[in-house]
Design a protein around this ligand. Sequence first.
Ligand code: ME8
Length: 518
Amino acid sequence: MAEPYYVTTAISYPNGKPHIGHAYEAIAADVIARHRKAEGFDVRFQTGTDEHGLKMAQKARDLGITPAQLATEMSQHFIDMCAALNIEYDVFIRTTEARHHEATQELWRRMEANGDLYLDRYEGWYSVRDEAYYDESELVAGEGGAKLSPQGTPVEWTVEESWFFRLSKYQDKLLELYNSSDFIRPDTRRNEIQRFVEGGLRDLSVSRTSFDWGIKVPGSDNHVMYVWVDALTNYLTGLGFPDESGDYAKFWPADLHLIGKDIVRFHTVYWPAFLMSAGLPLPKQVYGHGFLLNRGQKESKSLGNVTDPIGLAETFGVDAVRYFLLREVAFGQDGSWSPEAIVTRANAELANSFGNLAQRSLSMIFKNLDGEIKVGFEESEADKALFAAVAEGIAGLRKSFTDLAFSDGLEAWMRAVFACNQYVDEQAPWTLRKTDPARMEVVLMTLFRVVRDLAIAVRPVVPNSIDKLLDQMGIATEARGYASLADADWFTALAARGFKVEKPEGVFPRLELPEGTE
Ligand code: ME8
């Protein structure tokens, strides 16, 4: 039976439309899910929206609608974004769903049963924008001496009765977790969190009484849970928890929570502590990716540089955007995008290198061999060397993708593409056509085989385009996973069933900068 693999994104606050950061995270998670599927895993991929909390309540009040209306309207934009970006999730969770209230209340009861929840009075700083409590010592001075959170957001002094979670009790266990596993990646984030926890943990305020847009605390009706207790539990809800059979039994603990660097503390301090308290297994890994900037600047409403990811996919094509984001940014670090950078990268690597290789290989087979697949010839040293170079590139891609080093993986793949283009130039099949037609056949068939292999390898990143290409090459949908790379018979089987290459159509168009780009 296939090994299960469970990957999640953060669930987004639908207090506005999705931005490029949401798109980036969804695309990265989607590539991880597709890569694991191609490797043969039984994959579960979950994303969704985080609909409670003060931030949502305040935004709805500003707009003069209810938080439920805001959540429903805005959540749809995230669903639409996923469709536009070809994000193949299994579950899209909304935290306002009844099943999620049930799961979260059950987690609460288990933490309470373990003696980790007590009622007290909270007095301290809260940032609505971060939905986070901060210590006085963590605050920084803003303009005119205003107190700001370490993320630069406004904080307000809050005093209210609150339930507390005994976070302090988990300090040693958390440090042990960080030291004994790859729980937090990359290392920079691990070090950051380790220092924070070593500095000492205070008990955490986990309920609020000053507003009611949230999940009710069991047996304490005037309290709603702190939105992060609610939000983090989504990862269990989507598997059917508190029912611990079925999907939960199969997929929990999660293999990977993919999130951005600003919410690592919630996922690597609070979340494992809640789970330890409730006696549930911990996720295997939390990866905090970097931020995506617009020409080096954070996108914000006040700068007027907020990008609509759906528009981006419409302008450049979804696969060019997906490829660009994973190729350009060293995963884990911050990265920048611009229209020029997308166009340059997509044209150089997708259109001119791989696209051109595929297009000219198929065209020559169509024109010179009447589209026929030929078998039963001797490979020369040059052919063998090319197969080896391609196998090496693909092995590099697979290893790097498993390690979430997407840019390295695509670079290894590109090296193999370059080797193929060099082979075409050196073998010059257009000359062989006149001088040695038998050798030309071998060269063209070698190209057909390596193009198919390279296409399968990069399919998780640019699935639409690759599927169009593989359709033209007669490769069945179920033969597009990495296992097919090891199938020694595919090529003779294709010839045996009389498959012929038709006049090919390019699948990676050359892009132009949209008019009006500065
Ligand atoms: O934090 N570049 O929601 P969110 C890359 N609801 N990633 C970015 C980014 C950027 N410029 N801006 C934000 C929340 N992100 C919570 C999560 S999970 C149980 C609850 C990432 O809508 C951010 O780091 O503010 C997070 O992983 C995701 O987008 C959603 O952010």
